[in-house]
Design a protein around this ligand. Structure first.
Ligand code: ARG
Length: 393
């Protein structure tokens, strides 16, 4: 049997220590895989992987699939976990698992290892996803198994002369194009306002521009394709919106959430593009979806967000929901104008060639075409069941 292990490698302390640890404890050949989902210097991390002893270091730029195959479906679905979190980390994990599986298959590895801890959602997402795509694969979580503290890890690295650079980061951070997640340290007290240092993508709203900025986003079938009339591919568009909206302090989220493993955690998110695009997309759906579609799709959004959060991306259920959502997006094309100011984005206008809004039906002016005389009969029939019930309370 092969002795190859594929390790998801970020270049940080945990996964750097994991390289020699796997070699020593499993007598393994270690192949690191570093995946760029938005803010990664692949060359620098590849070099570090070799320096800490990887037998081979693979790098993958997965920004485009992240946007097209994960972020856009989630945007179309309106997926916000517990109505607050746009699911950046949660959407990245199945793609990371897929990349690991692809490398494991290509290299003939017998196991996949990752640097997740034993109390988070991410271990579940990565392991469930990898096993869904490759049911026989062995999964190893060194950080969960080895019982080393941070200081132990540093000793372990120094004993082996590993070139680690130990940044004393106050928070535990994960980021990709769709957002940044920060937890731990002072953030663990949900009663305390997060310190300014917890934020790096957004300017504090009280220091942001005094001038309101207007932007226009155009959508085609639920997917944003241009900002201010400039067409962009998905990666560019998200990067640009993170910059524009982040400059106005938009996208900060302070969420006490329910983890799959049964604990509540306080997380600070930044998702400027996510907040702006969800608001714009919803505004266009308000104009183009029927009442029944809007109501039912809202239930699907919730279901979808739970599935993504809980790591069940590679499921028939998610595929079923995607088919439904895709069909609802057929007419979600048009433009949305928004103002950005002091931490808040506000929809100010929307247009669509497929809008269901009818001025002549809605108006209180003279050109009203709504049939007022029919209202009386409608109300009579609509209220019939309640008159029959005749509740006396
Ligand atoms: N709580 C979030 C989630 O489960 C983010 C976790 C990301 N990890 C981190 N080190 N902040 O999706």
């Amino acid at each position: 049997m092969s002795n190859k292990i594929v390790l998801a490698y970020s270049g940080g302390l945990d996964t750097s220590v994991a390289v020699p640890w796997l070699k020593e404890n499993y007598d393994a050949e270690v192949i690191t895989v570093t995946i760029d989902l938005g803010m990664v210097d692949l060359d620098a991390i590849k070099q570090r992987a070799i320096e800490v002893g990887a037998d081979k270091a693979v790098t993958i730029d997965a920004k485009t699939p992240l946007v097209n195959e994960y972020i856009w479906p989630a945007l179309k679905a309106g997926a916000m976990y517990e109505e607050e979190y746009p699911l950046a980390t949660a959407l990245g994990r199945p793609l990371i698992a897929k990349c690991l599986v692809d490398v494991a298959k290509a290299e003939g590895a017998y196991a996949i290892a990752h640097g997740c801890t034993g109390k988070g959602n991410d271990q579940v997402r990565i392991e469930v996803s990898a096993a869904a795509l490759m049911p026989g694969i062995k999964l190893i979580a060194p950080i969960r198994d080895w019982g080393m503290s941070r200081a132990d890890e540093i000793d372990y690295a120094n004993e082996r002369n590993l070139p680690i650079n130990v940044k004393d980061s106050r928070f535990s951070v994960d980021e990709n194009l769709w957002g940044r997640s920060a937890e731990a340290g002072e953030l663990e007290d949900p009663g305390l306002e997060p310190p300014e240092e917890a934020f790096t993508w957004t300017i504090s709203p009280d220091k942001s521009s005094q001038d309101k900025e207007y932007i226009e986003i155009r959508f085609v079938e639920g997917v944003p394709v241009s900002i201010n009339n400039t067409d962009m591919d998905g990666v560019e568009l998200i990067v640009e919106l993170n910059r524009i909206a982040g400059n106005h302090g938009i996208g900060r989220i302070d969420h006490v959430e329910n983890r799959l493993v049964g604990i509540k955690s306080r997380e600070i998110y930044e998702s400027p593009a996510g907040i702006v695009l969800h608001a714009a997309h919803k505004a266009l759906e308000d104009l183009t979806l029927s009442r029944d579609q809007a109501r039912f799709k809202h239930n699907v959004s919730r279901e979808y967000s739970e599935i993504v959060y809980n790591g069940l991306w590679f499921s028939r259920h998610r595929l079923n929901l995607d088919r439904y959502i895709e069909d609802t997006q057929k007419y979600v094309s048009g433009t949305v104008q928004m103002s950005l100011y002091k931490g808040k984005c506000t929809v100010t206008g929307r247009q669509s060639n497929h809008g269901l809004y009818s001025k002549t039906l809605a108006t209180y002016d003279r050109d009203d075409e709504f049939d007022h005389t029919s209202a009386e009969g409608f109300i009579k029939i609509f209220g019939l069941s309640l008159r029959t019930e005749n509740i006396n309370e």
